[in-house]
Design a protein. Structure first.
Ligand code: ZN
Length: 674
DNA sequence: GCAAGGTC
């Protein structure tokens, strides 16, 4: 910025103004542009602000970059409840970029005659704006501007109907910060302390969101390791009709008993031939999926490209800052009509890859995209802005393409699929073969990632078939999948803990702390992760439950409605945590020994490195032994074989959990008894 | 140093 322009900005500021505080530079730019056609853009140390005149009054639209202040304590040890709001750049490593925002906002806030909090209209936005006005301002009157998208007409109407600051929402927001801080800092310190007593010096952490997530990963791992169920037997038959190969399944498959399956198989092989007795056709329509919210984008990018959730988030944030896509940290699956779809689509139509699709949408004349059910108080679903991407790295372009295609798909027709179920009679047995064909591609022309393959079978009623082969395989229904980063993220979403902006980050924290690692089947806990989880479960059971978040939300909601006071809620949390921690400290030796047992067990499990708890087994192998004892008779009946043979089968089966195989081997080798 | 929550 030239010195001349800078002087012009300073001169305008000298004449007095009302300060509008926005949450991010993009929002500030949008607000100033919506309110006036003559905007003076100013910049100090790289931080932009905008000056406009409206009906004889001067306004300065300024911006922060999220939270400028956070809770901080100087005190060591626990319990600790002495905290204060401080500028983040002073207190946090890695927050130095906020110093320039702090300086510009300090200067602008001092000279303002009034304030308008125009941060996102949600609980955090209320705190962000309030803190800036309260900590940096001069005490002048303040107002709230409420909008749920950056559409100019909405911003204009929000500006013309300002409300009071919304103190209840601010109080609820501050309370959220305090409760998370009190729980998180105190329990983290307790954990670190106990671990130090147990002879290991490390910084550990626990929190309302991360701890239930860790527990979920551990629980799933244990389920996976100890999985066994009653086997069933599928009977698959390969047939031929001239050129065509047809895969069919016995209509009673899977069978409970292998002998029964064997008899049927022999009947079919003996019969040698089959005949199509009937063909049932069914049509189904598949509606286009709605435009992405962040977690669906993370899910699909993981499924289709193998991107981790935090990688996807980083790429999406870069695309957003390049103005190629809209705000990505949204929960919304809705595309409101205030977005200029026609303009975006015609811009997309100038891009080679999207031309024919975008043109065909525009030709229909009705631009009413599918709407999803999920909502967001401050942002719509993710959509391309229409700006042409150039010079993007490969992965960034892949993600952009996914977003653009998903956006266009929302405007397109349903896809139509025909399924045919062929009934086959062979050797006196009834078989079924499934065919699937796509009658109309519809939206899948734009978003071809979720329709599946066609499976055509060119036969009709009365066609004769030859039996080529038949195969029995045992299956174990209900095998759990180990978590991946993205399935953990989905779990957090369904449990409604964390936010779009933080979930991927929090999962990465669990890895950074050394609680979780990636094994070949997915996410698994380390020894430390297991120790922390068991400690929390056994010694502080209330903290690992998502129930805590539910109670949190209820109390915060009551504060928002003015039915409860922040001080009372914080005081209660403080009393509760004091009691819990005092109780813990009184059992110092017990806690230390518990942690020691998990970190450096004196007596190890017969089969692994974990501590032996009962009968020489760790909790996982103990549970596996019980599972095996439960299942063994059903296996004997299903295979119609004696115990030794069945145990040998289980010890080799890759369908049961590893801990089940371990204990089966142990029983065979007479290291343990069943 | 530890939380969870914003955004660069
Ligand atoms: Zn074990």
């Amino acid at each position: 910025m030239s010195n001349k322009a800078k002087r012009a900005c300073d001169r305008l500021l000298g004449k007095g103004y009302i300060l509008i505080v926005s949450e991010k530079p993009k929002a500030g730019a949008a607000i100033s542009k919506a309110l006036s056609s003559e905007v003076t853009e100013c910049r100090e140390s790289g931080v932009p602000y905008w000056i406009i005149e409206l009906r004889g009054k001067r306004y300065v639209v300024a911006s922060t970059a999220g939270h400028l202040f956070s809770l901080f304590t100087r005190k060591r040890g626990f319990p600790v409840f002495e905290y204060e709001w401080v500028p983040r750049w002073e207190a946090e490593r890695g927050a130095s970029h906020l110093k320039k925002f702090y300086r510009v906002l300090s200067k602008l806030a001092k000279g303002a005659s009034q304030y308008i909090n125009a941060c996102d209209y949600d609980i955090e936005g209320s705190v962000i704006g309030y803190m800036i006005i309260n900590m940096l301002g001069n005490g002048s009157k303040s107002y709230r501007m409420k909008y749920s998208s950056l559409a100019p007409e909405e911003l204009r109407s929000a500006f013309s109907s300002l409300s009071d600051m919304g103190w209840e929402m601010i109080e609820a927001g501050i309370c959220r910060h305090e409760l998370d801080w009190i729980w998180g800092i105190n329990v983290s310190r307790l954990l670190s302390w106990v671990t130090r007593l147990a002879g290991e010096k490390r910084i550990l952490s626990s929190g309302r969101v991360q701890s239930p997530t860790l527990t979920e990963a551990v629980d799933r791992y244990i389920d996976y390791m100890t999985f066994i169920s009653t086997p069933k037997f599928s009977l698959k038959v390969e047939l031929r009709a001239d050129e065509d190969k047809i895969s069919a399944t016995h209509e009673e498959s899977p069978f409970d008993n292998r002998e029964v399956a064997k008899r049927k198989k022999e009947n079919i092989l003996k019969g040698k031939k089959g005949i199509i007795t009937s063909a049932e056709r069914s049509l189904s329509s598949i509606r286009p999926p709605p435009a992405f919210n962040l977690s669906e984008l993370q899910y699909e990018a993981s499924r289709i490209f193998g991107f981790s959730p935090s990688y996807t988030q980083r790429l999406a944030e870069e695309l957003y800052l390049d103005a190629l896509i809209s705000y990505p940290r949204t929960n919304s699956e809705k595309l409101p009509s205030t977005i200029h779809h026609e303009k975006i689509l015609s811009e997309l139509s100038s891009m080679e890859n999207y031309r024919s699709i975008a043109i065909s949408i525009l030709k229909t004349g009705k631009l009413s995209p599918v709407q999803g059910t999920k909502e967001d108080p401050a942002h719509p679903a993710i959509y391309p802005t229409g700006k042409r991407p150039s010079g993007l790295k490969r992965d960034s372009y892949k993600l952009y393409d996914l977003i653009a295609r998903r956006y266009m798909a929302a405007f397109m027709d349903e896809a139509k699929i025909e399924r045919v179920e062929f009934h086959i009679r062979a050797g006196g047995e009834n078989l079924i073969a499934q065919a699937k064909s796509i009658l109309k591609r519809g939206w899948t022309l734009s978003y071809p990632f979720s329709i599946g393959r066609e499976k055509r079978i060119n036969v009709k009623e009365g066609s004769e078939l030859k039996v080529s082969s038949a195969r029995i395989s045992s299956v174990l229904p209900g095998k759990p999948k180990m978590h991946t980063k993205v399935s953990l993220l989905k779990w957090m979403e369904t449990e409604n803990i964390g936010t779009e902006a933080t979930r991927a980050q929090i999962i990465d924290t669990l890895f950074k702390r050394g609680y979780l690692i990636y094994g070949k089947d997915g996410v698994k806990p380390t020894k430390l992760g297991m120790a922390v989880t068991m400690f929390l479960k056994e010694k502080l059971p209330d903290i690992t439950k998502t129930e805590l978040t539910r109670q949190f939300e209820e109390r915060l909601f009551r504060i928002r409605k003015g039915e409860e006071k922040r001080e009372d809620v914080v005081w209660e949390a403080r009393r509760f945590i004091t009691e819990e921690l005092e109780r813990a400290v009184n059992m110092e030796a017990e806690l230390r020994d518990f942690m020691k047992m998990y970190l450096r067990p004196e007596v190890k499990c017969e089969f692994c490195e974990m501590p032996a708890l009962e009968g020489g087994l760790c909790l996982i192998h103990h549970r596996a032994l019980i599972g095996l004892a439960d299942a063994i008779e059903k296996w004997e009946a299903a295979f119609n074989e004696d115990r030794d043979k069945v145990l040998a089968k289980i010890a080799k089966s890759t369908s049961v959990g590893k801990a089940i195989r371990d204990v089966a081997k142990g029983v065979i080798e007479k290291r343990i008894i069943l």
